[in-house]
Write a new protein. Structure first.
Length: 133
């Protein structure tokens, strides 16, 4: 993923350079939109899988520990479930990493959106000045 946005002094750019910026920023923004949708769907799948597996593991642990009429604490059961189940630990780690990736791609997309909008405003202002002449 490209993270640096090349940006010159927009007021001094040629029209050709502005067109190039619009093309680069617009195209990469579209690419990042697609990446964001992909990561978001993956994050949703991981969340569902984790919650489902955790619920099953919590039920198992709770039924094992609910012997003498005392119900175990949900937070401690959750911690135990993740500690004893390597699949849950892996799902949780994947979920954390995917959430971080989502945040990163979202930030990049927003940066390229802002860059595109800035170049677009310069183009619009130039067009307005030309129309007034």
């Amino acid at each position: 993923v490209k993270e640096a946005i090349p940006f010159e002094d927009l007021n001094n750019c040629t029209d050709k350079k502005l067109e190039e910026y619009l093309s680069i920023y617009g195209g990469y923004r579209a690419y990042l939109e697609a990446q964001l949708a992909f990561v978001d769907s993956k994050k949703g799948i991981l969340e569902s899988g984790f919650e489902e597996a955790l619920a099953k593991m919590l039920w198992t642990l709770e039924s094992q520990k609910y012997i003498n009429g005392k119900r175990p604490n949900k937070e401690s059961l959750r911690g135990e479930a993740i500690a004893v189940n390597p699949n849950l630990r892996k799902l949780r780690q994947d979920l954390i990493e995917t959430g971080a990736l989502y945040t990163r791609v979202l930030g990049l997309r927003n940066s390229f959106r802002a860059a595109y909008d800035a170049v677009s405003r310069v183009v619009a202002l130039r067009s307005k000045v030309r129309d007034e002449i």
